[in-house]
Design a protein around this ligand. Sequence first.
Ligand SMILES: [Zn+2]
Length: 54
Amino acid sequence: MSSVHNLYDYSYENGTITLKNRKCPRCGSVMAKHTVGGTRWSCGKCGYTEYMKS
Ligand SMILES: [Zn+2]
């Protein structure tokens, strides 16, 4: 059972929708978001890291 409302954060201030949980494109695991030193997503399973421009 999955709900879209649980997967997305909707900001009423910015009018933007952001993913709470990002799936790793390599292994499909849920990635963790890190905001220290720039926003990036990293997979704890295979080590895949994706950097985001903010
Ligand atoms: Zn992965």
